[in-house]
Write a protein that binds this ligand. Structure first.
Ligand SMILES: Nc1ncnc2c1ncn2[C@@H]1O[C@H](COP(=O)(O)OP(=O)(O)OP(=O)(O)O)[C@@H](O)[C@H]1O
Length: 262
């Protein structure tokens, strides 16, 4: 028997696609306790491309996972569109991820036995939704996969596989696409193709994208870069260039860990 998910909590957040309000995340307890996020406030505007950067262990993945409803917060609130993510039960979270969020991972995460087209359409099939044919064609044309739709992942290059993963994330027109190091496994040419495609989906189709990256060139494709250090937002750039991103990274002195109790 399937139980219907309860209605998602509604709250108007106007222009924000996702928002964190005073979000804390603590892993473990006692001596093993790690405070990964320390009261993060961030608003991600609709139709913009935001990159999240910072040193290893600064909390980038944790913040992204909390925003996407993949991990719970210890304190604070998270919204995706007009839905409050914090407080949703498992059924509500599954529905949120299915209906409002697209994911792109470093490892592509395609199913090896399915063709490119089947991989792209899988999330819609799982959600019981039919693809909008015009939009499907637009996405396929944009990523340049028209002649590869019948190929399986092992018949595609890494760059082509990541373009399939991008198409999969975008075909349902989610409220926000979260991309975790999407070019981390690609050579610079394939990476530039994927980043160019993500950029176009924002500029031409109004998609909202949030991307975690270590790469200053990748971050320069974004409209805005948020810098984390020790679980806090410590700097921000709009209209980034690789040089400005690198300068900001260099200027981030890593402060000693704070002895903050939750
Ligand atoms: N499941 C977990 N259990 C305990 N500690 C964790 C867990 N996940 C992350 N952490 C810790 O939380 C802090 C932030 O980790 P996070 O993965 O968010 O950093 P990051 O900036 O994404 O790092 P990287 O760039 O290396 O991927 C780190 O100190 C990490 O060790």
């Amino acid at each position: 028997m399937t139980t219907a998910a309860p209605p998602l909590t509604r709250q108007r957040t106007e222009t924000s696609a996702a928002r964190a309000a005073q979000v804390w995340k603590v892993y473990g307890a006692g001596e093993a306790q790690v405070v990964a996020l320390r009261g993060v406030d961030v608003e991600l505007e609709r139709g913009r491309f935001t990159a999240i950067m910072g040193p290893s262990g600064s909390g980038k993945s944790t913040l992204m996972h909390c925003l996407a409803g993949l991990d719970s917060v210890s304190r604070g609130q998270v919204f995706v569109g007009d839905t409050e993510v914090t407080g949703l039960n498992d059924a509500g979270l599954t529905r949120l991820r299915r209906e409002k969020i697209g994911f792109i991972f470093q490892q592509f995460n395609l199913l090896p036995t399915l063709t490119a087209q089947e991989n792209i359409l899988l999330p819609l099939a799982i959600a019981g939704r039919k693809p909008d044919q015009d939009w499907f064609k637009t996405v396929i044309d944009t990523v340049g996969l028209g002649d590869r739709l019948g190929h399986r992942p092992n018949q595609l290059s890494g760059g082509q596989q990541q373009r399939v993963a991008c198409a999969r994330a975008l075909v349902s027109r989610p409220e926000v696409v979260f991309a975790d190091e999407p070019t981390g496994n690609l050579d610079s040419r394939s990476g530039a193709e994927v980043l160019g495609f993500l950029r176009r989906s924002v500029t031409e189709y109004g998609q909202t994208i949030v991307m975690v990256t270590h790469d200053a060139v990748a971050a320069s494709y974004a409209d805005r870069v948020i810098f984390l250090a020790d679980g806090q937002i410590v700097a921000e750039l709009t209209g980034p260039t690789p040089e400005r991103v690198l300068d900001t990274l260099k200027s981030l002195d890593r402060p000693a860990p704070l002895e903050t109790e939750l």
